[in-house]
Design a protein around this ligand. Structure first.
Ligand code: F6R
Length: 622
């Protein structure tokens, strides 16, 4: 949440910062701002504005700033309304320091009172301005003790003392008026990555603004502080001292962050699924041994064989993928599996034996609750692994091992391709764990054949787009929707409802279809469409009875059914056909029309599909 970018080097920083903020805008988009420093005089000029990065770009065009050093921020408000004045960057003291911040400062109110008593005047209602003034206060203290205001050491001392007084989370990047050619970055809980260039350095909340500019990066860990000049990087661990930077190759490609011919990232990402499903399986299916292979689990066969319980923990869409994984792991590996909301697991104290394996499932690898739940389990000494998309993200780095999705950047706020990749990876995990237990060679071979067919099945599914568009035309004016499915399609019902509500602001509920009679059926009327996910399978007739019950109460019905199912067309008002695949892989094909349905409905309602209100792509605050 919130996007940060910083630069020190030889390029004109305003353009670079604004371009970086555009790439980070998916992280938060309430307001945006930049502070640009001129290496010759040190003057820091700020431009900031409530609203999107485009509005900031217009402001800078009309009122330009010049310099080769700078910091920028795109905000997802936590403290204080979304106003021009609350936008970052924020000034400390009389402009000695300017900062941008991502995270939440929990003790900001008490610090603010103390700083006010010392004469600091606050212009905003943010927690960040408290940090800016606190650094300015300690800078003044250092100078009183004989520190040179123009020395890097004085600035670093001031920032270090200030950080020790903060409770909460932060990714902070600061400029100092009297030390031009210096950018300082520090992290506790909110991600930062440094881009290493030739006579230039970058810092950002994630690697997307660095793509195309640098090939090498350094990921900051918690409690680390980086001092950047055009020519040098110094890293320091705030508790243990100096560190040497561990430089890694940036393997993101620039077309990952380009929109291409698509109108929205969400649509682009929906259409990428045949490819991303393929990528999630590349090099992982071993037909000779009828199993899956994973390079990074970092557990040997005897350790994996000892496991007798799996806990999958995640939030939102990733949690829905976890539910599909639960069914697969129990069916194929006979491993008792639970799916825990990470926000609950982090504070619960469930009994977890040393034979329990934890998987954190996360697209971004930065979700605060998922990270905290993972750390809590790790602290208890459990093998803690991750199923993650973003390479080098905090969860990917802190997990004992894991499996990457290789889905490429997911920019649209609504998660789409990550879900189908997570399901694909979980199916392979179930195959792998199953083959170490009860699953026979022929059964393993069959699963491999089914999996290999999925990219093609996803491609075929996408052909429903035009029909889904027409169905959306018919239903986009309704204000309440129900989504129902059973077994493997119950998580799909939850996911379909989540997709609709988050991007179109329509109220939608997902239920296991049989639960309908225990309450939700009271909602059924002519104004409440029900989306039934009813492909062929073991309990097809049961779901059909639920569908009849809705029909009897005049509820409009949209059905997601298997090709060739003519019976359903007599009952449902609209049918979207998907290819017939094995039950456990149905979530891949049944989720795609639901992604498209919410996409088209949201577009027809004039919603900002890629940047829905109140949301941000990676939820890095609790
Ligand atoms: C929904 C959505 C969110 C995320 C959730 C977890 O479309 O995007 O519900 O799935 O915030 O995010 P990750 O997977 O990054 O941990």
């Amino acid at each position: 949440m919130c996007g940060i970018v910083g630069y020190v080097g030889f390029r004109k920083s305003p353009e670079l910062l604004i371009e970086g903020l555009r790439r980070l805008e998916y992280r938060g988009y309430d307001s945006a701002g930049i502070a640009v420093q001129n290496g010759n005089g040190g003057e820091i000029n700020i431009r900031k504005k409530a609203g999107r990065v485009d509005e900031l770009a217009n402001l800078v065009q009309n009122d330009p700033v010049d310099g080769t050093i700078g910091i920028g921020h795109t905000r997802w408000a936590t403290h204080g309304e979304t106003t021009d004045v609350n936008s970052h960057p924020h000034i400390g003291g009389n402009g000695e320091v300017v900062i941008v911040h991502n995270g939440v400062i929990e003790n900001y109110a008490s610090l603010r009172t103390k700083l006010q008593e010392q004469g600091f005047v606050f212009h905003t209602t943010t927690d960040t301005e408290v940090v800016a003034h606190l650094i300015a206060h300690h800078l003044a203290e250092q100078i009183k003790l004989g520190g040179d205001p123009a020395s890097v050491d004085t600035c670093i001392a001031a920032i270090e003392i200030s950080l020790k007084r903060l409770k909460g989370t932060y990714g902070i990047v600061a400029l100092f008026r009297d030390v031009p050619d210096l950018v300082v970055a520090a992290r506790l809980g909110s991600p930062l990555v440094i881009g290493v260039g030739d006579r230039e350095h970058y810092v950002a909340s994630d690697a997307s603004p660095l793509v195309g500019y640098v090939d090498e990066v350094v990921y900051l860990s918690d409690h680390e502080l980086a001092t950047l000049t055009a020519d040098e990087i110094h890293l320091k661990h705030l508790e243990t001292g100096q560190l040497s930077p561990s430089i890694q190759t940036l393997d993101q490609v620039s077309n990952d962050v380009e929109l291409g011919d698509y109108e929205h990232y969400m649509l682009k990402e929906i259409y990428e699924q045949p490819q991303t499903i393929e990528n999630a399986m590349r090099g992982r299916l071993n037909a000779d041994e009828a199993t899956a292979v994973f390079g990074g689990l970092n557990l040997d066969a005897p350790q994996l064989r000892r496991i007798d319980r799996v806990v999958l923990t995640a939030c939102g869409t990733s949690w829905h993928a976890g539910l599909v994984g639960e069914y697969m792991l129990e069916e194929f590996a006979r491993l008792p599996t639970e799916v825990e909301y990470a926000s609950e697991l982090r504070y619960r104290n469930p009994p977890l034996s040393d034979r329990t394996m934890i998987f954190a499932i996360t697209q971004s690898g930065e979700t605060a609750d998922t990270l905290a739940a993972m750390r809590e389990c790790k602290r208890k000494g459990l093998p803690t692994l991750a199923i993650c998309n973003v390479v080098g993200s905090t969860i990917a780095r802190e997990a004992d091992g894991g499996i990457y999705l290789h889905a490429g950047s997911e920019i649209g706020v609504a998660s789409t391709k990550a879900f189908t990749s997570q399901v694909t990876v979980l199916a392979q995990l179930a195959l792998f764990m199953g083959r170490m237990r009860h699953l026979s060679y022929p059964a393993g071979s069959r699963i491999i054949e089914h999996l290999k067919a999925m990219p093609e099945k996803a491609e075929q599914t996408l052909k429903c787009d035009e029909l889904v568009h027409d169905i959306a035309k018919k239903y986009h004016g309704f204000d309440n929707f129900l989504y129902m499915g059973r077994l493997y399609n119950f998580p799909v019902a939850l996911e379909g409802a989540l997709k609709l509500k988050e991007i179109s602001y329509i109220h939608a509920e997902g239920y296991p279809a049989a639960e309908m009679k225990h309450g939700p059926i009271a909602l059924v009327d002519e104004q409440t469409p029900s989306v039934f996910i009813v492909p062929r399978g073991s309990i097809y007739p049961k779901v059909m009875s639920n569908l009849e019950e809705v029909k009897a109460r005049k509820g409009p019905i949209i059905a997601i059914a298997c090709e060739g199912d003519e019976k359903i067309a007599d009952i449902a008002d609209d049918v979207i056909y998907v290819p017939d695949v094995e039950e456990y892989l149905q979530p891949i094909v049944t989720s795609i029309p639901l992604q498209l349905l919410s996409y088209h409905i949201a577009c027809m309602r004039g919603c900002n599909v890629d940047r829905p209100r109140n949301l941000a792509k990676s939820v890095t605050v609790e």
